[in-house]
Design a protein around this ligand. Structure first.
Ligand code: ADP
Ligand code: ZN
Ligand code: ZN
Length: 758
C-alpha cells in the first residue's frame, strides 16, 4: 500500500517532483515539477494536500498533490505545474491516508476517490475558504451610511440601492447582477458593519427547544453509557445498536452526540435518504441547541461547499448527511453514527463503488473514535460481525413510551378474490380501521399505473426500445404515457397496437397510481394520499405530502418504499402490504434479506402512538420458510436462519466477492473482455496458491439479469473467495493489466468490491 509519509530528507532537492492525483483512469499519481520552488523551501507535509493547476492533455486541470518524491523519470520530460491554488493543505495527511485506503480497497484510481470526496467547487479550483456567507442583509448603521455614497461611485450606488430596497437578504446572484466588482465592495461594507452576513445556507440554526428530554429507559441508558464510557476512555470501538422501530434509537444517538459535543468533539451522523432528513434535522437541532451542518442530494454546490468548509474549520460540530458525508473533512472528529445501517443507499452504484457504512467503520478505526451502527433490521454482514466479536451488540427490544409493537399476520391470497391487488380480508380490515377514525397505510413498491401494456389480439407488449424491460404505463396529469423505469425513456401511449393495429390494449398488474384510483372509488368519502417518486417530484412536495400525512388530514396513505423509512405517523394503525412475493423468489440472493427488512420497516409505521398496530401481509406463499421464521421469531430469528443458508451456499459474509461488469453496444466486445480477463486471473491465481487450497471461484462471464440496458449489452464475471486478502492480492496484480488492455478500451467496465446488486 502506498502511504503518504513525508519523504526522507535529502540533499538532492533539485530532483524533487510533485506527485499529483488527477481525475481519470490513472492508477497512480503523475509527476510534475514545481513552478515556484516551494519544494525547496517548504517541508513536504505543508505541500501534500494542496491543490495545483496543471497542464494536462492540452488543458488546464485541477489536481491534488499527494506526495513529494524523487523523480523517477527524466526531469526534462516532466512538465511544471501552472500554479499553486492553496496556501496550505486542504486535505489533511490523515484524510489523505483514508482516501488512499479507499482507493486500495476498492481498486479505484486515487484521483477518482479524491474527486468523489471533494465538493464540486473545490474540484473546480475555487478558493477553499467560503467567500463570506451566501446572503447578506443591510444593518441599521448601513441604512444610514449607504445613503451617503458619492454620485461618481456608480457601482457602489447600484449595489447600495439594491440592498436598501430588497425585501429579503441579497444572494451572490443578486449582487453579481448589480456590478462585477461586488465582492470588493461587499467586503469593505462588511468591515464597516454596514452589512451583516447571514449564517451559511448549509446549516440549520438551533430550533426552539421542544420541551424536556425524555428520561431514557434502562436499555437506552445502557446503550448510551456503553458508548460514552468509550468516549471517555478514548479509542476505537464499533457497536451495533439493534432496536426495533420506535424503540428510541434516535434518542440514543442524541444523548451520545450531546456527550461528544461536551467533550469538544465533532460528530458525524449518516442517514440514508433525504426523505428522512427533515424530521431528523428538527429533532437533532431542537435537542442539541447547536447549529447542524447538512449534506444531502437536495443541496446545491454552494451549500455543499459550505458544509465541507464548516466542519473543516470546526465552525459546526455536527454533520448530518447522506452517503458522501462520510468523506467530510472533520477537524476534530469524536464520534460516528450511521442510522439504518442496512440501507442499500449507502452503497454507491457507479464511479467508486464504495460502501459508506464499511468505510465509515474504517475511518473511525483510523481516527480511533467509536462508531455506532443502528438499525431495526441490521444487515446480515453486521450481525455476522457481532458473531465474530468485531462489533458489540446493544439491543433495544421494546418500544419507547407507551407504543406497543404491531402484530404482523400473513394473509393467504391463493384462490381469494383479488380486486386490483387488494383481497377481501385486507379490504374489510381497512374499513374497520377507518370506521374507528384511524389512518391506513398501503404499501406497494411499484410506481406508475401498470407495469405491462399488452395487445389482446396479438400479444404485443410495450417494451423499451433500449432495454430488456417492459415500459410502465403512467396516468400523468394530462395524458397517459409509457416510461421505462430503467433508462427513463418516455413515449406516448400508442392509440392502437403497433404490431397488428388492434384496438384492445390491456394493462396488467398494478402500480401505485392504479391502486390509488381503485381506493378512491371504494372509499369515496376518505382522503387518499399517494407518496412515491412521481407524486413528490417537485421540490418541496415531499415535505408537503408528509406533513399532510402526519397531521392526519389523509385517511389512506399509499406509498412505495419512500414511505417505509423513518416516518412516524401516529394515527396509522393498519399497514397493508399488497405484494411482497417478488422478494421471495429472485435470482439475487439478497432479495429475501431486503424483503424482510422492508417488511419490518413498513410494519414499523403502524401503531407508533397509543393504539396498537396491525400489519397484514398478502402473499401467495404463506408457507415460505424464511417468511414464516420472520413472522414467528422476528428479525433475529430470521437473520440467524438466513445466515445459515448463506454459510451453506458459500455466499457473503462467508465469502468475499468482486463483480466485474462490462457493457458494450457489441455484445462480443464485452464477452471478449471478460473471457480474457478471466484467463489472466486464472493464470495469476496459480502463482498465488502456496498451500494448494482452492480459494477462488468464478461465476461467468454470464449476462447481467437485464441483458440490455440503454442500448448496451451487459455481462458480468463474479469472483468469490474465502480469503479477502488473496482476492485483493489477485486484483492488485491484475489491475494494471486491465487498465492497459486494448479489449478494455472497447467496453465500459467496472470492478465492484463487495457488490450489493447482481
Ligand atoms: P427509533 O429511531 O428507534 O424508531 P425514536 O427515537 O424515533 O425511535 O423514538 C420513537 C418515539 O418514542 C419518538 O416519538 C420518541 O420521541 C419517543 N421516545 C424515545 N425514547 C423515549 C423514552 N425514553 N420515553 C418516552 N418516549 C420516548
Ligand atoms: Zn396487436
Ligand atoms: Zn429503457
Amino acid at each position: 500500500m502506498q502511504t503518504f509519509e513525508p519523504t526522507e530528507p535529502t540533499n538532492k532537492t533539485d530532483n524533487l517532483v510533485l506527485k499529483v492525483a488527477v481525475t481519470g483512469p490513472f492508477l497512480t499519481a503523475l509527476d510534475y515539477l514545481d513552478c515556484d520552488g516551494l519544494v525547496h523551501d517548504e517541508a513536504p507535509e505543508s505541500l501534500i494536500g494542496r491543490r495545483v493547476r496543471i497542464p494536462f492533455r492540452n488543458k488546464s486541470q485541477v489536481a491534488l498533490v499527494v506526495a513529494v518524491a524523487q523523480a523517477e523519470y527524466e526531469l526534462d520530460k516532466t512538465k511544471p505545474i501552472e500554479e499553486w491554488l492553496d496556501r496550505e493543505p486542504i486535505v489533511s495527511a490523515r484524510d489523505l491516508a483514508f482516501l488512499q485506503w479507499v482507493a486500495d480497497y476498492y481498486h479505484a484510481p486515487i484521483g477518482e476517490v479524491i474527486s468523489t470526496a471533494l465538493p464540486k467547487r473545490i474540484r473546480a479550483g475555487e478558493p477553499a475558504e467560503l467567500q463570506g456567507a451566501d446572503t447578506w442583509r443591510v444593518t441599521q448603521l448601513g441604512r444610514e451610511k449607504l445613503l451617503d455614497i458619492p454620485a461618481r461611485a456608480k457601482a457602489q450606488i447600484a449595489l447600495a440601492q439594491a440592498f436598501l430596497q430588497a425585501p429579503q437578504p441579497l444572494t451572490v446572484q443578486d449582487c453579481k447582477a448589480m456590478t462585477s466588482s461586488w465582492r470588493k465592495i461587499l467586503n469593505q461594507w462588511l468591515d464597516e458593519q454596514f452589512l451583516q452576513a447571514l449564517p451559511g445556507s448549509c446549516w440549520q440554526e438551533p430550533l426552539a427547544k421542544a420541551g424536556a428530554h425524555h428520561p431514557l429507559n434502562q436499555q437506552q441508558k445502557d446503550a448510551v453509557s456503553a458508548v460514552t464510557d468509550k468516549l471517555d476512555s478514548g479509542g476505537f470501538a464499533s457497536y451495533l445498536l439493534q432496536g426495533i422501530t420506535g424503540s428510541g434509537k434516535t434518542e440514543v444517538y442524541l444523548a451520545m452526540t450531546e456527550f461528544a459535543l461536551q467533550q469538544g468533539k465533532q460528530v458525524l451522523i449518516l442517514v440514508p435518504e433525504i426523505g428522512l432528513t427533515p424530521q431528523m434535522i428538527g429533532r437533532f437541532s431542537s435537542y442539541l441547541q447547536t447549529p447542524i451542518a447538512l449534506l444531502h442530494s437536495g443541496m446545491n454546490d454552494t451549500q455543499r461547499h459550505c458544509a465541507w468548509h464548516s466542519v473543516r474549520t470546526g465552525e459546526v460540530s455536527v454533520l448530518l448527511g447522506t452517503r458522501s458525508a462520510v468523506f467530510a473533512p472533520f477537524r476534530n472528529l469524536g464520534l460516528c453514527i450511521i442510522d439504518e445501517e442496512h440501507d442499500a443507499s449507502y452503497k454507491q452504484q457507479d464511479g467508486v463503488r464504495y460502501s459508506a457504512r464499511d468505510i465509515l467503520v474504517r475511518r473511525a478505526h483510523q481516527q480511533q473514535v467509536p462508531v455506532v451502527l443502528g438499525s431495526a433490521t441490521p444487515s446480515l454482514e453486521s450481525l455476522f460481525n457481532v458473531q465474530q466479536q468485531r462489533y458489540r451488540l446493544l439491543k433495544l427490544t421494546e418500544r419507547a413510551g407507551v407504543a406497543k409493537p404491531p402484530q404482523i399476520r400473513l394473509i393467504d391470497i391463493r384462490g381469494e378474490k383479488i380486486q386490483e391487488g387488494v383481497g377481501a380480508k385486507l379490504k374489510a380490515a381497512m374499513q374497520r380501521h377507518l370506521d374507528n377514525g384511524k389512518q391506513v397505510l398501503l404499501f406497494l413498491n411499484r410506481r406508475g399505473f401498470a407495469p405491462v401494456l399488452m395487445c389482446h389480439d396479438c400479444g404485443w407488449q410495450a417494451h423499451c426500445p433500449s432495454c430488456d424491460a417492459n415500459m410502465t404505463l403512467h396516468q400523468g396529469a394530462h395524458h397517459q404515457y409509457l416510461q421505462c423505469h430503467h433508462c427513463g425513456e418516455q413515449m406516448a401511449q400508442p392509440p392502437e397496437c403497433p404490431g397488428c393495429g388492434g384496438k384492445e390494449l390491456h394493462t396488467m398488474g398494478q402500480g401505485t397510481e392504479r391502486l390509488e384510483e381503485s381506493i378512491r372509488e371504494w372509499f369515496a368519502d376518505k382522503a387518499v394520499l399517494r407518496i412515491d417518486r412521481d407524486s413528490t417530484r417537485l421540490k418541496g412536495k415531499m415535505a408537503e405530502l408528509t406533513a399532510q400525512a402526519h397531521s392526519g388530514e389523509a385517511d389512506i396513505l399509499i406509498g412505495t418504499q419512500m414511505l417505509a423509512k423513518g416516518h412516524h405517523f401516529p394515527k396509522v394503525t393498519l399497514v397493508g402490504m399488497i405484494d411482497i412475493d417478488q422478494g421471495l423468489f429472485s435470482c439475487d440472493y439478497r432479495a429475501t434479506e431486503r424483503m424482510a427488512q422492508l417488511l419490518l420497516q413498513v410494519a414499523g409505521r403502524a401503531g407508533r402512538a397509543e393504539d396498537a398496530g396491525e400489519v397484514l401481509v398478502q402473499t401467495h406463499h404463506p408457507q415460505h420458510p424464511l417468511l414464516l421464521k420472520l413472522i414467528k421469531d422476528g428479525y433475529s430469528g430470521f437473520a440467524g436462519a438466513a445466515l445459515q443458508e448463506r454459510n451453506e451456499a458459500q455466499l457473503p459474509p462467508y465469502r468475499f466477492q468482486c463483480l466485474v461488469r462490462a457493457e458494450a453496444h457489441n455484445p462480443q466486445d464485452a464477452l471478449d473482455f471478460l473471457h480474457s480477463l478471466k484467463a489472466g486471473l486464472e493464470l495469476q491465481w496459480q502463482s498465488l496458491q502456496d498451500d494448494g487450497q482452492d480459494y477462488l471461484e468464478f461465476w461467468g462471464p454470464v449476462s447481467a439479469p437485464m441483458l440490455r440496458r440503454q442500448g448496451r449489452f451487459r455481462y458480468q464475471l463474479m469472483l468469490s473467495s474465502a480469503s479477502r486478502q488473496k482476492l485483493h492480492q489477485l486484483l492488485n496484480i491484475m489491475q494494471p493489466h486491465i487498465y492497459k488492455s486494448p479489449l478494455a478500451r472497447k467496453v465500459r467496465w467496472s470492478l465492484d468490491i463487495d457488490p450489493q446488486d447482481m
